[in-house]
Design a protein around this ligand. Structure first.
Ligand code: FMN
Ligand code: SF4
Length: 366
């Protein structure tokens, strides 16, 4: 039986255990998207804390794809030196590090605030930015975004990252193309699922080509969008299968898009609804003879939950977000069996709605 603290091989990359730090925007970068000392020490602390694979937050592949002004960027060579320092700091602890490549599309709150050119598959505002109508991308413009991802991938390799995660979840640009909730196009980038998959698959293929054939590249999806007309597990399982058949080395199963409802309580289960979606995706991949690892995430607060996800085969790896914000030493304490000494995340969501980091942790630490 596999264990949470067994090493894991992700397309040849050896992870010291099966705990992944979930990508979480920190807004600790400069206004030019460059790495800061604060950002390095934030990730360094979590890597010191024993995480196997750190996923560096949603990192913008182009300035107009930015979510916020202080979002980390990977669109310019000037950003490389800081990224190298970040990677070195994390590697010094024995952890591996992936970067999440991101374009916010219509969901760019920075773009909305600064009246920048908001772009999307269709001219429909995000439910959370109702006054900011995006411009529909022409097919040539869609194709022109693909090289932004490829150049970002090349920079990721140059900076020393060990893996790349393509962000196709949470209602951002790739998810906007995937979903009938946000994609009303009738051309080759819309219509049926094949059409809606075209842009994400072009991005995946360009990223893989830029990074090299053996470089691990995964994709994060929202397996249930929790919006009327959006994807549920049935379509997302097909999406996951197509992504893996097209070269994705892993699938990271998240859920939700802005404007949707929160994941329902998975009544009768010890696992969150999003973790159960990961199990569904894993089952579909397995039935189709596809061995790509699946990462589960979602309200994994206590180590016992993470252990069971791996031991019971719901997923291959477990991503932990807020729990490692609340206690950077979560993994070390769990590995030593000191579960009772973990500073437990209360689920208050202050880190999402009010301030970055874990404000209650800062208060407790004085
Ligand atoms: C502060 C914060 C920032 C986040 N930023 C990102 C992000 O950059 N990319 C992403 O895919 N998900 C992001 N998420 C979602 C997390 O990766 C994770 O899926 C979610 O928090 C659920 O996991 P948890 O219950 O372990 O926190 C963020 C979550 C939080 C709390
Ligand atoms: S702010 Fe609240 S939800 Fe976020 S990590 Fe801290 S305790 Fe958990």
């Amino acid at each position: 039986m596999p264990s949470l603290f067994d090493p894991f091989h992700l397309n040849g990359l050896r992870l010291r255990n099966r705990v992944v730090m979930a990508p979480m925007v920190s807004d600790y970068a400069t206004e030019d998207g460059e790495v800061t000392l604060r950002l390095i020490s934030y990730y360094g602390e979590r890597a010191d804390g024993g995480v196997g694979l750190i996923t560096v937050e949603a990192t913008a592949v182009s300035p107009n794809g930015r979510l916020g002004q202080n979002q980390l960027g990977i669109w310019a060579d000037d950003q490389l030196q800081g990224l190298r320092y970040l990677v070195e700091r994390i590697h010094a602890t024995g952890a591996m590090v992936a970067v999440q490549l991101h374009h916010a599309g219509r969901q760019s709150s920075f773009g909305a605030r600064t009246h920048a050119d908001l772009v999307a598959p269709s001219p429909i505002p995000s439910p959370t930015l109702p006054l900011s109508k995006p411009r529909e991308l022409a097919p040539a413009e869609v194709r022109a975004i693909v090289p932004d991802f490829a150049r970002a991938a090349r920079r990721a390799v140059t900076a020393g990252f060990d893996a790349i995660e393509v962000h196709a979840a949470h209602g951002y640009l790739l998810n906007q193309f995937l979903s009938p909730f946000s994609n009303y196009r009738t051309d080759e980038y819309g219509g049926d699922l094949e059409g809606r998959l075209r842009f994400p698959l072009e991005v995946l293929s360009a990223v893989r080509a830029a990074a090299g054939p053996d470089f691990p590249v995964g994709v994060r999806i929202s397996a249930d969008e929790y919006v009327p007309g959006g994807h549920t597990l049935a379509e997302s399982a097909v999406v996951a299968r197509r992504l893996v058949e097209s070269g994705a080395h892993y699938i990271h199963v998240s859920s939700g898009v802005p404007g949707g409802h929160a994941p329902p309580d998975a009544s009768g289960s010890d696992f969150s609804a999003t973790v159960l979606l990961a199990r569904g995706v894993k089952q579909v991949l397995t039935v189709n003879g596809l061995a790509a690892p699946v990462i589960a995430v979602g309200r994994v607060i206590r180590p016992s939950t993470a252990r069971r996800i791996v031991e019971e085969g719901l997923a291959d790896l477990v991503a932990v977000g807020r729990a490692v914000l609340a206690d950077p030493l979560w993994v070390r304490k769990a590995a030593a069996g000191l579960d009772d000494e973990i500073r437990v995340c209360s689920g208050c969501r202050d880190c999402i709605h009010h301030e970055r980091g874990c404000p209650p942790l800062a208060k407790r630490a004085g």
